[in-house]
Design a protein around this ligand. Structure first.
Ligand SMILES: Cc1cc2nc3c(=O)[nH]c(=O)nc-3n(C[C@H](O)[C@H](O)[C@H](O)COP(=O)(O)O)c2cc1C
Length: 173
């Protein structure tokens, strides 16, 4: 099972738009992928789901993570790295079985020039620690506000080409 993680809880995020784009592209290639937005996390996760605690709300999310063997993380750049809520989410998931020996593709996005290069590197380090195998082709999509049309379709030729290549490689990964 494939799950796309929209790795922020910010309402109206470009991350969620990109996650929906990946889901649609996979569907057009005949693959049904789930989508988990970190907006769906319990709002008081810090109190309810860290350090051995488990809420009913998060238990449903944990089941999805446990059943997933391939993840696509769409990760926005926040203050030069990946969002803190993504690390809280990983910390809340059961260790080590949630991600151990599974596979992931990473996509960085930003409003600035760098497409979250540093945040993707930081998160790659975390993935290695939890034995989540990262696909070598990682994307960095900068100036995200110029990437979508009104229907949520990508408009830049290069971005279309590289996302398509990454999705094809991920299917075989
Ligand atoms: C808390 C926060 C920190 C941010 N820091 C950066 C940054 O360091 N570099 C950058 O290019 N954009 C930064 N941004 C802008 C995001 O890259 C931009 O909102 C983009 O649309 C992706 O994030 P989104 O999925 O929340 O929309 C930041 C946004 C937020 C909310």
């Amino acid at each position: 099972m494939i799950t796309i993680i929209a790795s922020t809880n910010r309402p109206g995020s470009s991350t969620l738009k990109m996650a929906k784009y990946y889901q649609l592209q996979l569907r057009q290639k005949g693959i049904d992928a789930g989508l988990l937005s970190l907006e769906q996390l319990p709002p008081n996760l810090l109190q309810t789901d860290l350090y051995g605690k488990r809420s009913e709300e998060f238990a449903k999310i944990q089941t999805i993570i446990t059943q997933t063997d391939k993840f696509i993380f769409i990760i926005p750049e926040y203050n030069g790295s990946y969002p803190g809520v993504l690390k809280v989410f990983v910390d809340a998931c059961t260790f080590p079985d949630s991600f151990y020996d599974k596979k992931a593709a990473l996509v960085g996005i930003s409003s600035g020039k760098y497409g979250n290069i540093r945040g993707i590197d930081h998160f790659t380090g975390v993935c290695h620690y939890i034995h989540l195998n990262v696909m070598p082709l990682k994307l960095h999509i900068a100036a995200i506000s110029k990437e979508f049309d009104a229907d949520g379709q990508l408009v830049n030729t290069d971005t279309l080409k590289f996302t398509n290549e990454q999705i094809d490689k991920f299917i075989k990964f």
